[in-house]
Design a protein around this ligand. Structure first.
Ligand code: GLY
Length: 430
């Protein structure tokens, strides 16, 4: 089969690495890809929002499966365009991708279908928002841009002044552009975060292994929110009872609810959760693999990914074998450019990668990298995802950080405490 993967981040390198190992795949293209994906397939120079170009290429080349990595092309309708052209596509159509494209819509769906989530208000004008924030609101609370903001449109506010500033920045000053023209203001939920994933063809679903992301830039969960600075899998806070509650209270009613609303969801449903004392509650839905959660999941997935992706696209997930997982834990540590998630320089030489011995237990997935001649250089905020398996989480962590220390580039920024919260949890069980 010929497969076309859309995207260029660490998530896409991990997907490309896994897809390229499938005996079903005769040819893999990645568009636009990165220097890492070029090692496992052929990169194209079609941008992720060039829907005409992507569908035209897929049709001309007899592509049997389009896999969409990031959310933007899904929200723009790439899956619909593929369906019109008769090409199976992994990822939901635009009407279902709105679960991620509009946080206001996502909250409405959760309320309508009784999915546990924080109480909220939606505002498109500053004055009523300020009246609420300075009146009845309880603190801390969270101000979110409703639209797509690459994980950066969320502000946790301790008091009314902070909340007013965040609302003004989004609604009046254009922070996050069109994505911030509507905001969601919701109660702050206390508890650890968890990432839950389910593959679905809209009739049935297959849960994937749990993960824990580390969203904030600084150690100990401090500093600004990022796309994610590291992840572990499994998440030791997601025991069997919690996982069961997530399936029954979150995944199932959402998939059924979307069917009921006439927006069949096919692809991967990613629930960003808070594990509160009252049970799991949904912070947000995403309609694609998490980044960097995908990196740890792909290292742990032992079975072939391609039949699962194809079954989601073609509606026969029921006939698919359940995925087989490596029972060993995995960890990924993001190496970022100095300044990320704000402004950062590009074009800084990266050294030390070639000398690393990578294999089934260690992979360095490229995200924001480029080649200048033969020299690998930085080309984005998140640069590399150093991903390792180990017999224990400690062993996986040590393997990952040894590689982190062997890679050098000026301004290399990372958290030294990825996996620490999971290790704390494991220690508390002993
Ligand atoms: N790691 C969080 C996300 O992919 O949105």
């Amino acid at each position: 089969m010929r497969v076309l993967l859309v995207g260029s981040g660490g998530r896409e390198h991990a997907l490309a690495w896994k897809i390229s190992r499938s005996p079903l795949v005769e040819k893999l293209w990645i568009t636009p890809g990165n220097p890492g994906t070029a090692q496992v397939g052929e990169n194209l120079d079609l941008a992720v929002d060039d829907l005409d170009g992507i569908v035209g290429f897929a049709r001309a080349q007899g592509v049997g499966l389009v896999v969409v990595g990031p959310e933007d092309p899904l929200v723009q309708g790439l899956a619909d365009r593929c369906a019109d052209a008769g090409i199976p596509c992994f990822g939901p159509r635009a009407d279902a991708a709105e679960l991620e494209g509009s946080k206001a819509f996502c909250k409405e769906v959760m309320i309508r279908h009784r999915v546990p989530t924080a109480t909220y208000r939606v505002f498109s004008d500053l004055n009523p928002a300020i009246s609420y924030l300075q009146g009845g609101a309880r603190y801390p609370l969270v101000v979110k841009a409703s639209g797509l903001a690459a994980g950066k449109g969320v502000v946790i506010c301790e008091d009314a002044r902070q909340a007013r500033d965040a609302a003004k920045a989004m609604l009046e000053d254009g922070a996050h552009g069109a994505a911030g023209r509507t905001i969601v203001v919701e109660d702050f939920l206390d508890g650890p975060e968890a990432s839950a994933f389910a593959l679905t063809d809209s009739r049935t679903f297959v849960p994937l292994e749990s993960c824990q992301d580390h969203k904030q830039l600084g150690e100990g969960g401090t500093g600004p929110n990022t796309g994610g600075m590291g992840a572990v899998s499994p998440n030791p806070m997601m025991g069997a009872r919690t996982a069961d509650a997530v399936e029954r209270q979150v995944i199932l009613p959402t998939i059924h609810g979307m069917n009921h609303e006439g927006r069949r969801f096919q692809g991967i449903l990613f629930a960003g959760l808070k594990l509160t004392p009252a049970g799991p509650k949904v912070l947000e839905y995403n309609v694609r693999f998490g980044d960097p959660e995908c990196q740890v999941l792909m290292l742990r997935l032992k079975s072939d990914l391609v039949p699962l992706l194809l079954a989601c696209a073609e509606g026969d997930l029921d006939g698919c074998e359940a995925p087989e997982w490596d029972t060993r834990p995995a960890i990924t540590v993001i190496l970022a450019s100095q300044g990320y998630p704000g402004k950062y320089e590009k074009g800084i030489p990266i050294h030390g990668l070639d000398a690393l011995e990578t294999g089934d237990d260690l992979q360095v997935f490229h995200a924001g990298t480029a080649l200048q001649g033969d020299q690998l250089v930085t080309n984005g905020g998140r640069v590399l995802a150093v991903t390792a398996l180990g017999e224990t989480l400690l062993e996986a962590r040590d393997r990952a950080y040894a590689a982190v220390d062997a890679i050098e580039f000026e301004g290399k920024t990372f958290r030294r405490d990825i996996g620490e919260a999971a290790l704390e949890t494991l220690r508390s069980y002993q």
